[in-house]
Design a protein around this ligand. Sequence first.
Ligand code: IPM
Ligand code: MG
Length: 358
Amino acid sequence: MEYKIAVIKGDGIGPEIVSEAMDVLQCVGKRFGHTFRFQEVLAGGCSIDAYGKPLTEETIAVCKEADAVLLGAVGGPKWDHVPTEKRPEKALLGLRAALGLFANIRPAMLYPILAPACPLRKEIVEGGFDLVVCRELTGDVYFGQHYRKESERGWGEVGCDDMNYSVYEVERIARRAFAMARVRAKKVTSVDKANVLETSRVWRETVTRVAKEYPDVTLEHMYVDNAAMQLIHDPKQFDVILTGNLFGDILSDEAAMLTGSIGMLPSASIGESGVGMYEPIHGSAPDIAGKGIANPIATILSCAMMLRYSFGLAEEAEAIERATQKALEEGWRTADLAAGQGTVCSTHEMGTAICKYI
Ligand code: IPM
Ligand code: MG
């Protein structure tokens, strides 16, 4: 089969890590007899430099035409001074909205071999953990109105961001989470702040109602502050964490670090149907960009998710996951994973090692 992939390398370490991921896909193609056709387009800071805006109609069109989108990372200090509407991050949010990608799947599991890089005590993570954050991606305070006004209390300028969730938005993401839990450990932890926020009360009521459609799945509700603590205290208790856009952004970074490095976590953003977007959860890491030392694993594992979710190629996806595990077992470590032990390899060496094991 032939698959069309729109590639957005983006800024910072984006180009380095995406190149490795593209090589890995080519290896998979060779081994399993598929053709992956890449079409590179710009988004983020590099698009601002080239076209004066972070996301062009052309980029959106190419992504819509493709079978899937592979994205590195966008943003960096170079564009920190640009007006809000033009920030590189707008490209990411714009793409998520334009492609209708309301479900963001962020699996976090501890590879036993990386246990030394996990910041938690050995007893806490003994036997590993395997959880997935199911984050709503096109709603919440991210997509409410952002504006400023004059304080009614005479306190000067006020920044306002409208946080809202409709029943419809909560229902569709909740169904995704329950369906996912069904083929996993059958537990959903819905994370909100229903003791304070009206948004969260709508969220909790709706999730509770949807849960009735999935009687084989256990539902539990947790306040976000407690969830942040429980992730550190006992990550093994979680299976599927269902949460909104903002809480999901925060908790998925936290979950990522539990796996040893934020450089390990892939993500899939999917909609009702149509094209999915696959990207590492980490950012563009401008401090290490261009040095060839970034960890490409999150992006490579995002490709595995692409094969599985967008193309239905489960065996090929597993080949990438197994090869990644094998590379780690054989001692390949980028700087973020080394935890002061062993030799440190480059971005390209890690990519090459994974290709070899495919
Ligand atoms: C992520 C990122 C983005 C987000 C930023 C870059 C807009 O942190 O994908 O988690 O907040 O969603
Ligand atoms: Mg984030």
